[in-house]
Design a protein around this ligand. Structure first.
Ligand code: AHR
Length: 503
């Protein structure tokens, strides 16, 4: 069984308060995320506005505090005016990002209403691809202002008296990517982002801004893009975005699980770049990280490219409908642990995406909604991972994989929730060959006992859930020992473990 993994968890080992927005998500006008996803008038579970109640129930179960909208690549040619006002007058538009037809049946006001129903806030992206500062200002006025002025009055004419009050704004999307409509150089983008944030702040200085970082860590312009952009925009923005998707194309599970080493390096590089510019500017302010697109994404990529090339201009086609495996759920658990270990700098993270499109929640247009494998680590982290992130003292074995060395067998973090008097350990045994003896010393939490021990375990890494059958589900384990503040168990190889202690 190899080396025993030991951890000491103590109230005094505090890293940072976990920002609830670490459990954010993303909904883009893409594929069936919106149409036949959140919205399907005529469906058996549709409410009076056409929103699927079965979907809303699952979103509420995940307790998602913030949802990034409306894109993604979609936003870079989005004309927000088309998505407001009487539905019958709304223009159908070509969406160039995904080569589909956007009906605009769901727009700003409908999405704001949906967000209220699922207890989420909107994180709104502006189009800095094919549009610019003036349009962003008009949109902000329409969304947030109570003034007697053109766009605020237009909103009232559209029947929305109370502004939406959107606090967090994304200054475009992946502007470093050559695939982006209106792609820009770092200098062009940095200047535009700074000027747009400056102008929007002039309308409302309580807003927060996310400036675009690189589209992924492999971009040739990373991390110079971050440095150049922040040179321009540092004083006007609060967060820089990070995006990263993972895949197991080589069918090498051990190496797939090691990919959060790359994620850790990515986070450290972006933090270092932010702090370099902070030092250069003699600034007192920190820039925080908004990891506003993360997930596994590769299962359907080739088929989707083919579909967009050969059958473009459909409405709400099946796109990016990855069906997730057991091992994908484990990787997502590892990603969540990595974010929690950096809770001092990562303040926002959005699982990309939420419904049907690379999503934990799937829908049948003529049937119910169901949970993918990746639903569960997110659910557990969102439920038990709010409070103060602790940095436990850890010792665990290591192994090498095809492309990574010194990979820790056990990845783990703990979160203390003072209000509920609970401390939760999240742990993944990412060793694909061996179960692992695990020992946690929680004597610092006097009188705490195990309230719940939840796991995701499977021998079959490719196991998937479907509408008919959900073999990947958390189960409770009782085969552990707890005496004098020491918890002991054997963690199965390739397993996700959530141990909740309470008084
Ligand atoms: O989430 C799917 C796409 O991935 C988004 O539209 C884009 O921002 C990213 O490349």
């Amino acid at each position: 069984m190899g080396q025993v993994t030991k951890m000491i968890v103590d109230k005094d080992f505090q890293l940072a308060k976990v920002d609830d927005r670490l459990y954010g998500a993303f909904i883009e006008h893409l594929g069936r995320a919106v149409y036949t996803g959140i919205y399907q008038p005529g469906h058996a579970s549709a409410d009076e506005e056409g929103f699927r109640k079965d979907v809303m129930e699952l979103v509420k179960e995940l307790n998602v505090p913030i949802v990034r909208y409306p894109g993604g690549n979609f936003v870079s040619n989005f004309f927000w005016e088309d998505s407001v006002g009487p539905k019958e007058q709304r223009k159908k538009r070509l969406d160039l990002a995904w080569r589909t037809i956007e009906s605009n049946e769901v727009g700003l006001s409908e999405f704001a209403s949906w967000c209220r129903k699922v207890n989420s806030q909107m994180m709104m992206a502006v189009n800095l691809g094919t549009r610019g500062t003036a349009d962003a200002l008009n949109l902000l006025e329409y969304c947030n202002m109570e003034t007697d002025s053109y766009y605020a009055n237009l909103r009232r004419q559209h029947g929305v008296e109370k502004p939406y009050g959107i606090k967090t704004w994304c200054l475009g999307n992946e502007m470093d990517g050559p695939w982006q409509m209106g792609h820009k150089t770092a200098a062009e983008y940095g200047h535009l982002a700074a000027e747009t944030a400056k102008a929007m702040k002039a309308m409302d200085d309580s807003l927060e801004f996310v400036v675009c970082g690189s589209s992924n860590v492999e971009m040739p312009t990373f991390p110079q893009w971050e440095a150049s952009t922040l040179e321009e925009a540092y004083e006007y923005v609060d967060y820089i975005s990070l995006h990263q998707y993972y895949g197991n194309r080589e069918d090498d599970t051990a190496d797939f699980f090691a990919k959060t080493q790359d994620l850790k390096n990515f986070l450290h590089s972006v933090i270092a770049t932010c702090d370099f510019i902070k030092a250069k500017k003699r600034s007192k302010k920190n820039i925080y990280l908004s990891f506003d697109e993360w997930n596994v994404w590769y299962h359907t990529a080739d088929a989707d490219n083919d579909k967009m090339a050969k059958k473009p201009w459909q409405t709400a086609p099946h796109l990016l409908e990855d069906i997730y495996t057991f091992e994908d759920a484990i990787l997502n658990g590892l990603i969540l642990i990595t974010f929690l270990k950096h809770a001092d700098r990562v303040k926002i993270a959005c699982l990309a995406q939420l419904i049907n499109v690379i999503a934990p929640i799937m829908t049948q247009p003529d049937g119910p909604a169901w949970r993918q494998t990746i639903f569960y680590p997110f659910l557990h982290a969102s439920k038990y991972g709010r409070g103060i992130a602790l940095s436990p003292v850890m010792s665990t074995g290591t192994h090498d994989t095809s492309k990574h060395s010194d990979v820790t067998d056990c990845e783990s973090v703990a979160v203390y929730c003072e209000e509920k008097q609970e401390v939760t350990i999240f742990a993944v045994n990412r060793n694909t060959k061996q179960d692992l003896s695990f020992q946690a010393d929680i004597r610092g939490f006097e009188g705490y006992q195990v309230k719940e021990y939840l796991v995701l375990e499977s021998e079959d890494m490719k196991l998937v859930n479907s509408l008919q059958n959900s073999p990947v589900q958390p189960k409770s384990r009782t085969d552990y020992e707890m005496a004098d503040g020491i918890f002991e168990t054997v963690m199965k190889k390739c397993s996700w473990n959530v141990i909740v202690f309470g008084k």
